[in-house]
Ligand binder design. Structure first.
Ligand SMILES: *Cc1c(COP(=O)(O)O)cnc(C)c1O
Length: 368
């Protein structure tokens, strides 16, 4: 087969995209998929029924463009999040990835800089390059922690226009203390930096960990993004959203495509939000398996990072590639995020977690 990569070199690709690799978590057909932090519980029956009914109704009107302002969805999202948020503070798009892209389109771009704190979500550099935004990084402290002082210094020194704070962080699972977010916000005062807190895994946080939503009042440059892909088990529907000051939504209106949220997407999201309680009950079951993974990996002599998400990042492996392949042979797909000695696994159902832990235990015994 002729390589399309070679042929790509013949196309007049933008200079800043040459040599880049697309996002590419493997999509393999194996029984136990624990690699991209999906909610493996599936869509509950009553939620499924509600979505089917809502979509059937929306289908009748597909000859018309959808509500460009997704009015009902913004109201439902505001009600779901609480914190006194009003619909004009909510914005949504096709996955939080599109929300982040719109933020970069509106506030980033040529001549502007975004900063991230790796290891963190691999899409931040890709979304930055796609929008012609320079992407710079700053280091984390011991055990991937971030302190207010170091974060503030990095924000100030970089003069970044956009600051990506991922909490709980993917791939490490660690949540940020609110004082880190406050420090980043204050340090971005001179550059008028947009501080975006990516709370894709917010619903999985350990009890008592507050959301950055509590910091929104009085902070017009603070944006908190969320998604229905993880806690709400709707990765396939592509619905993400953010909460911020109303003028942020006005900025995003300048860059979004007209009618970017289809009537089908809006109907799906609205139906799911009316069943948030059912969906969130599975979140509790997932958290139990997450904590179980941390416990059992520790007992196996590995070093799992404390997790506020629906996945566990663990190190202490001599040959992670061999373990990853051995798990795959056992029908379990997890994620190699490219950090030496480490792998990341999504917390699945109890049964999937058992399959993973059993296979891993066996592989570690062989290794010793
Ligand atoms: C999964 C994930 C998202 C969600 O992306 P969607 O486009 O909403 O599916 C966003 N941020 C992080 C850090 C993630 O891990």
């Amino acid at each position: 087969m002729p390589s399309s990569v070679d042929a790509l070199a013949n196309l007049p690709l933008r200079d800043d995209l040459v040599g880049l690799h697309p996002y590419g978590a493997p999509q393999l057909d194996v029984p136990v998929l624990l690699n991209v932090n999906e909610n493996t519980h599936g869509v509950p029956a009553d939620v499924h029924a509600a979505i089917v009914e809502a979509v059937a109704e929306a289908t009748r009107g597909l000859n018309r463009y959808p509500d460009r302002e997704f009015t009902e969805l913004r109201k439902n999202l505001a009600d779901y999040l609480g914190h006194g948020l009003t619909p004009d503070q909510l914005w949504a798009a096709n996955g939080s990835n599109e929300v982040l892209q719109q933020v970069l389109q509106a506030f980033g771009g040529p001549g502007r800089t975004a900063i991230g704190f790796p290891p963190t979500y691999s899409m931040y550099p890709l979304l930055s390059s796609g929008t012609g935004t320079r992407y710079v990084t700053a280091e984390r402290g011991a055990a991937y922690a971030m302190t207010p002082e170091a974060t503030a210094a990095a924000v100030r020194d970089s003069e970044a226009n956009i600051v990506f704070l991922c909490s709980p962080n993917n791939p490490t699972g660690t949540a940020l203390d609110l004082d880190v977010i406050e420090a980043a916000y204050d340090a971005g005062q001179d550059a008028r930096a947009i501080i975006i807190v990516d709370e894709a895994y917010g619903e999985f946080s350990q009890a008592g960990k507050p959301s950055a939503l509590t910091l929104l009042p009085g902070r017009p440059r603070l944006l908190v993004s969320r998604t229905m892909s993880k806690a709400f088990a709707l990765a396939g529907a592509r619905i993400g959203y953010l909460a911020a000051a109303p003028e942020v939504a006005d900025a995003l209106r300048l860059v979004r495509l007209p009618y970017h949220l289809s009537a089908i997407t809006q109907a799906t999201a609205n139906a799911a939000l009316t069943h948030a309680d059912t969906l969130l009950s599975n979140v509790e079951a997932i958290k139990v398996q997450r904590d179980r993974i941390v416990r059992e990996l520790t007992a196996l002599g590995l070093s799992p990072a404390p997790s506020d998400a629906n996945f566990v990042f663990f190190s202490g492996l001599h040959d992670p590639r061999r373990i990853w392949e051995g798990l795959l042979d056992a029908g379990v797909l997890i994620r190699d995020v490219g950090i030496p000695g480490s792998l990341r696994v999504t917390a699945g159902t109890e049964q999937e977690t058992t399959v993973f832990l059993t296979a891993l235990t066996k592989l570690l015994q062989i290794a010793r």
